[in-house]
Design a protein around this ligand. Structure first.
Ligand code: ATP
Ligand code: FE
Length: 335
C-alpha cells in the first residue's frame, strides 16, 4: 500500500509517501515569511501553501520513487488548524483522489501527532494500547488516554495557552524571533535552570494553565530591564533555562498524576514541543526513576510533518475509513 499524505494546517506545507507503515519520503517547506511578523499571518500562510503544494508533492513522489498511478490513497489534514491553510490541502487532496480514482482519507492533525509513534522506524518501539500521550504543540496541550488507533480520550488539557505558545510568547518577551521555542531550548542548554524561580500555576486535576507564567515572565523581565538595560543580553541562557525548567516541571507533575490516576505506565509525547531537549531528557530519566516505558518521537516527526498524516491514513486505509468529495476542512475538531 502506498499512501500520499498532505499536511497544511498551519504554516508548513508538507507531503510524504508511505509504503505501509514505512516512510519513503517526508518533505516540508517551511514558511520563513512569518518570522518578521512575530507570528503566523493566516493570509500569507494560505498563499504560500498555494505556491508550495505542487512542488512539495512532486518532490515527495520523486524522493519516494513512486509514480502517481502507483498510489493506493491520498490522505490529508482535515483539521484542526487555520481555515485558509487547511482548504489548500483539502482541495488538492480531493482533486488528486478524484483524478486518480483512489480513496480519499481525512486525518485529524492531533491524532496524527499521537499516532506518529506507529511509523516503522529502526530503533523506535511502538506503544501497546492503552497508553498515555501528552501532546504538546503550538495550539494544544493535552493528556490523552489512547485506547486504540481511533479511540482516544482527552483526560487533561490547557485551560488557556498551549505550551508551545508559552514558549513562543516568552521568546518574544526576550526579543527572539518567531517561532521562539527552539531558541529558548538552545539557550536553556547553556544556562542554570535554578537561576530564577517562577511559580507553577495551581490548576486542579490533569488540566494545565500557561497564561499566568507568561505574565510572570513579562513582569520579571520588565522589572529587571528597568534596573539593567542589558539584563536580557547578559542573562539569556539563565533566563531561558529557568523558564524551561518551570515548564518541564509543570508538564511532568501532570504526567505523574495521570500515570497515578490511570495506572498506565506507557507514556508517549508528541507535537512540536516534544522536540525540546529538556522534556526529552526528563522523560527518558523517568524510565529509570518511575519505571515508565516512554516513547519519544524521532525529531522529524515532532513538529508538523506529513509522515504522521500518512501513518493515520494507512491505518484508516486498513479499516476502509474513506471519505467522499463532500468532506470539508474543519478549523476545530475533537479527538
Ligand atoms: P497544533 O499541532 O496544536 O495544531 P502547530 O501544528 O502549530 O499546533 P507544532 O508544529 O506541532 O504546532 O509545534 C510548533 C510549536 O512547537 C511551536 O510553538 C514551537 O515553538 C514549538 N517548538 C518546536 N521546537 C521546540 C523546542 N525545541 N523547544 C520548545 N518548543 C519547541
Ligand atoms: Fe501540529
Amino acid at each position: 500500500t502506498y499512501i500520499l499524505s498532505i499536511e497544511s494546517s498551519c504554516d508548513d506545507t508538507a507531503a510524504a509517501v508511505l509504503e505501509n507503515a514505512k516512510v519513503l519520503s517526508n518533505v516540508v517547506a517551511r514558511q520563513a515569511i512569518h518570522e518578521e511578523y512575530g507570528g503566523v499571518v493566516p493570509e500569507l500562510a494560505s498563499r504560500a501553501h498555494q505556491q508550495n503544494i505542487v512542488p512539495v508533492i512532486d518532490v515527495a513522489l520523486k524522493k519516494a520513487n513512486i509514480s502517481r498511478d502507483q498510489l493506493s490513497a491520498v490522505a490529508f489534514t482535515q483539521g484542526p488548524g487555520l481555515m485558509g491553510s487547511l482548504l489548500v490541502g483539502t482541495s488538492f487532496a480531493k482533486s488528486m483522489a478524484l483524478a486518480l480514482d483512489i480513496p480519499l482519507i481525512a486525518v485529524n492533525h492531533m491524532q496524527a501527532h499521537i499516532l506518529a509513534h506507529f511509523i516503522d522506524e529502526e530503533g523506535f518501539d511502538k506503544p501497546d494500547f492503552p497508553f498515555l500521550a501528552m501532546t504538546i504543540s503550538g495550539g494544544h496541550t493535552q493528556i490523552v488516554k489512547v485506547n486504540s488507533f481511533f479511540d482516544m480520550e482527552v483526560i487533561g488539557e490547557t485551560t488557556d495557552d498551549a505550551v508551545g505558545e508559552a514558549y513562543d510568547k516568552s521568546a518574544k518577551i526576550l526579543g527572539l524571533p518567531y517561532p521562539g521555542g527552539p531558541l529558548v531550548d538552545k539557550y536553556a542548554q547553556q544556562g542554570n535552570p535554578k537561576a530564577y524561580a517562577f511559580t507553577k500555576p495551581k490548576v486542579p486535576g490533569l488540566d494545565f494553565s500557561f497564561s499566568g507564567l507568561k505574565t510572570q515572565i513579562l513582569y520579571f523581565v520588565q522589572k529587571n530591564v528597568a534596573e539593567n538595560p542589558d539584563f536580557i543580553k547578559d542573562n539569556m541562557n539563565d533566563i531561558c533555562a529557568s523558564i524551561q525548567y518551570t515548564i518541564i516541571n509543570i508538564l511532568m507533575d501532570k504526567l505523574k498524576l495521570a500515570v497515578k490516576e490511570t495506572g498506565i505506565k506507557q507514556v508517549a509525547i508528541g507535537g512540536g514541543v516534544s522536540a525540546n531537549s529538556g522534556i526529552r531528557g526528563t522523560l527518558k530519566e523517568a524510565e529509570k526513576k518511575y519505571g515508565w516505558k516512554t516513547f519519544i518521537p524521532k525529531f522529524e516527526y515532532t513538529t508538523d510533518n506529513a509522515a504522521m498524516i500518512g501513518i493515520v491514513g494507512y491505518h484508516k486505509y486498513l479499516e476502509h475509513q474513506f471519505n467522499d468529495a463532500s468532506v470539508t476542512s474543519k478549523a476545530r475538531i475533537e479527538l
